[in-house]
Design a protein around this ligand. Sequence first.
Ligand SMILES: Cc1cc2nc3c(=O)[nH]c(=O)nc-3n(C[C@H](O)[C@H](O)[C@H](O)COP(=O)(O)OP(=O)(O)OC[C@H]3O[C@@H](n4cnc5c(N)ncnc54)[C@H](O)[C@@H]3O)c2cc1C
Length: 458
Amino acid sequence: MRDVTQVLVIGGGPAGSTAAGLLARQGVQVTLLEKDVFPRYHIGESILPSCRPIFELLGVWDKVESHGFQPKGGAYFSWGPDEWEVKFSELGDDGANAWQVVRADFDKILLDHSRELGVEVQEGVTVKEIEFTGDRPAAAQWTRGDDSGRLAFDYLIDASGRRGVMATKYLKARRFHNVFRNVATWSYWKNAKPLEKGPAGAITVASVPDGWFWSIPLHDGTTSVGLVTGRDTFNRKRAELGGIEEVYHAALAQCPIVADLLTDAERTTGMRTEQDYSYTSETFHGPGYLLCGDAACFLDPLLSTGVHLATYSAMLAAASIGSVLRGEVTEDEARAFFDGVYRGAYERLLVLVSVFYESYRGKEYHFYNAQRLSAEDRDQLNLQASFDRIITGIADLKDASDIYRRVRQHLGGEQSGDANPLANLNKEHELRATPISADRAVGGLYLVHEPQLGLRRA
Ligand SMILES: Cc1cc2nc3c(=O)[nH]c(=O)nc-3n(C[C@H](O)[C@H](O)[C@H](O)COP(=O)(O)OP(=O)(O)OC[C@H]3O[C@@H](n4cnc5c(N)ncnc54)[C@H](O)[C@@H]3O)c2cc1C
């Protein structure tokens, strides 16, 4: 393994391999260290169409498309007394632009692709320590079994996922949100029936009094079925009922849509659980480093935004560092751009998820009231600015005025009391709000793809 590299990327999930690959395409020397050996299990199977332009930029679209993943035609929501579907084909997308993926396969395709683009990918290598020169990270100490070494670098992208090496160990900057203090518990089933409603291959999102279920059909014949519920409720019920499995099955019994799909199905795995997973880092960058994907922030999985935010932030990071290395912009300018655009994208989705929960009409249920942003959340997140960006992002949608009104009510702390469950909410598409022209510049910069990915001064 090298002992000096221009850019070190920690982590080979979607954020790390996308950032590394997009930098390698610009001729940057990149080393990626991944602690596991792929393929490895990961949750996060339902992919949004917004990943397509990024995969096209990376040159990996054809590989993902030809793998045989379950095409995802959209989403089907059974939300309290309401039900509706989102068809991606109605968003002007031509054909399958999204999938339900087995992440072990999907992540390996992305990682192998970055290797083909020239990234030095080292699997089974854990970054143990980061050395700093002042407040600038300068080298990583790594281990692989009994072997160990040191790798010096000019720039660091931390894409280490929930582990968040920089945010948790060095910056101490990870903050959990007051809302979305939820627990997810899930398992895999075989012989589940396909859903007869909604677009083909859709994710089903179905509410229960204390939370909601996802059901995601996968191309290997299994179905991922998970429950999201409040942390306190989960702990209380686990104590009452005797275990995680019991909590899951008791909730399933309250969810006829998903329970019906599983009538003749059998579980093929044990239960997996994640908790308290909605957080953000106080900072996404510093001298010589950027944080991407779950290493920076994570949002409740309600709208399946994780891989989108991971690849989107990776694209921003690759554009920023590439332009700095070519002397096109200063590091301070690039960091301000990265922070402004990424944080804006995250906060916009945070508001949307909260509005979405708030649209639930069964307000007698504590779970749905608990997902409402508190005044403190609203202050910390500078939500008025996010609100303005939401409007910018959806200005071209015919139903923009309706969402505008709902978000305004939400931020103002009003109960909307409307019947329409925000049927079009996840039409919101980050790339619509991305600064790709001088008139949309952030901090005086905008993103260009030609002649190569980078930043340009407005
Ligand atoms: C319950 C639940 C459901 C979800 N459902 C969805 C969904 O349907 N759709 C969706 O898009 N997202 C979903 N997500 C979110 C999604 O899983 C993540 O947002 C996504 O995987 C983030 O990608 P990443 O590359 O940032 O991190 P990861 O994919 O976690 O990759 C990080 C990598 O870093 C490596 N690493 C960590 N520490 C080190 C170290 N010290 N040295 C070297 N390597 C290291 C890890 O091994 C890992 O491979 C869900 C999340 C949860 C919790």
